[in-house]
Design a protein around this ligand. Structure first.
Ligand SMILES: Cc1ncc(COP(=O)(O)O)c(C=O)c1O
Length: 487
């Protein structure tokens, strides 16, 4: 793509940080000062690469609606958009002659699409785990009986229980749907082993790679290989291209059969008043005008990650994790969840609590007194988080009743700091230093909890967002100046 030949394109790890849009953006603190934001919420969404932004800027003069347009810009845009699909297939080493990449909005839409498209029968079983993000759990529940495999004492997926469930439901189990890596503990699943076990009983595997794709090289393996991954999905906004695209890779034959889940323009070849003849995948699965910019942006991000090398990124993030836990061990009063050593099979996610301090309060202090962006709560994986926290069934029922009555102030949760390929030991130091202050109750603000949301606000902190981003100005009624106004 043109932009990748211009400007400075990252090719080593040290090029990545300067390529992050907004890396030095100052944010306001409670004491009235400002400091560059420390972005430790990459598991939710990463910032954009500058290279991605430049690629979009270079592409925009050529942008046009894709497919069926005859103008040069439409032809060029179609080539770029089709090329983006191919880039995703190469990224996960999928055989393009038998596999298709479908662009969606995000991972959630990918999972829903496969669940909607499967054609489950009443007796069919999907095996998943209690570790899953709700996006890789709830869509299956709508269509099939879902079995949730539990965890070991350390928070790993219980592989023995998984194999037992596969044996118990052999014949009925159609799919095993697991994450590539957990958004709570960062633990990676042995996806190729799981694929082998699923295939042995005639089931297929779906891998939610939202937390894996930004951190590790992925290889679907050849179609006939017992360890082959049948379906895989991820989100561009978690891999430095936050422009509204998700990618779903799966067998072309799967998408060829049946009707698409969403219908309308683009998905059809021929329509009569009585009939519709479906187009071929991926068009059949991308109803309406697709997000061309988002696809191009994702391909640009993939190009950057591949130039630097996924193995180099994995090694860097591993080093950061080792460093983070080494430093966290020096703090009495911080509890970490999931394994804190033998970190090879863990991506850059650290979940913790400061003893005696509400998770939402810790997160608020980190933000308002440290300029550190983290996340707190149950992170759309409530069952896993509650199990790691040891919440009893009785407490869970009581807390759920409280939430239903409009009180979230006692919702259990954790604080999550998550690294990206550009994170540094300085980021870890800033986090651990602030946590140290929280442990010693050396924070300065007076924080008040909102009962309905559970969030904490500091007294006296009410930043004017329009000072930093003036979108509201664009919406204000325009004022015309000049001759036409006088006439
Ligand atoms: C493991 C996992 N799966 C799925 C999702 C959902 O991704 P999206 O919000 O992009 O649909 C997330 C988002 O945090 C995630 O961490």
């Amino acid at each position: 793509m043109h932009a990748l030949r211009t400007g400075h394109i990252p090719s080593t790890l040290s090029d990545l940080r300067p390529d992050i849009v907004g890396i030095d953006t100052p944010v306001p603190l409670l004491d009235g000062s400002e400091r560059p934001y420390i972005f430790l919420d990459n598991a939710a969404s990463t910032p954009s690469f500058n290279t991605v932004l430049r690629c979009i800027q270079d592409f925009l003069p050529w942008y046009s609606g894709v497919h069926r347009g005859t103008g040069f810009k439409s032809l060029l845009s179609t080539a770029a958009f089709d090329g983006a699909h191919e880039a995703v297939l190469r990224f996960v080493n999928a055989d393009p002659s038998t596999n298709t990449c479908v662009f969606t909005k995000n991972t959630t839409e990918c999972v829903n699409k496969v669940a909607n498209r499967w054609g489950f029968r009443p007796d069919d079983v999907v095996i998943t785990s209690v570790m899953e993000h709700h996006s890789n759990d709830l869509p299956w529940r709508k269509h099939a009986e879902v079995i949730h495999v539990g965890i070991t004492r350390e928070g790993h997926l219980d592989l023995t229980a998984l194999r037992a469930a596969l044996r118990r439901h052999a014949g009925r189990v159609k799919l095993v749907a697991v994450s590539g890596a957990s958004n709570i503990t960062g633990l990676c699943f042995p996806i190729h082993d799981i694929a082998r076990w699923a295939h042995e009983v005639g089931a297929r595997i779906f891998v939610d790679a939202a937390q894996l794709a930004p951190h590790r090289a992925i290889d679907l393996l050849p179609d006939g290989d017992p360890g082959h991954l049948d379906f895989l999905s991820f989100s561009a906004h978690k891999m430095y291209a936050p422009f509204g695209t998700g990618a779903l890779v799966g067998p072309t034959a799967f998408f060829e059969q049946g009707a698409p889940d969403a219908v309308g323009g683009g998905v059809v070849d021929v329509v009569t008043l009585e009939n519709a003849v479906w187009n071929h995948p991926p068009h059949k699965e991308e109803a309406g005008s697709p997000n061309v910019i988002g696809g191009v942006a994702l391909a640009a991000a993939i190009a950057v990650l591949q130039r630097v090398g996924m193995d180099a990124i994995a090694a860097h993030e591993h080093e950061l994790l080792e460093y983070a836990y080494e430093r966290l061990r020096t703090l009495n009063g911080v509890v970490c969840y999931g394994p804190v050593e033998n970190l090879a099979e863990k991506v850059g996610v650290v979940t913790l609590n400061v003893e005696g301090v509400h998770h939402a309060l810790t997160a608020a202090i980190l933000s308002l007194e440290g300029g550190i962006g983290v996340r707190n709560g149950c992170f759309c994986a409530h069952p896993y988080v509650k199990q790691l926290l040891g919440v009893s069934a009785d407490d869970d029922r009581r807390l759920t009743a409280e939430v239903l009555s409009g009180n979230k102030s006692n919702m259990p949760g954790m604080v999550r700091a998550s690294f990206g390929c550009y994170s540094t030991k300085d980021d870890v130091d800033a986090l651990v230093d602030m946590l140290g202050r929280i442990v010693k109750k050396e924070y300065r603000g007076t924080y008040v909890q909102n009962r309905a949301s559970g969030a904490f606000a500091a007294e006296g902190f009410s930043p004017r967002y329009s000072r930093y981003f003036a979108f509201a100005d664009l919406m204000a009624p325009s004022v015309h100046h000049g001759a036409s106004e006088a006439s």
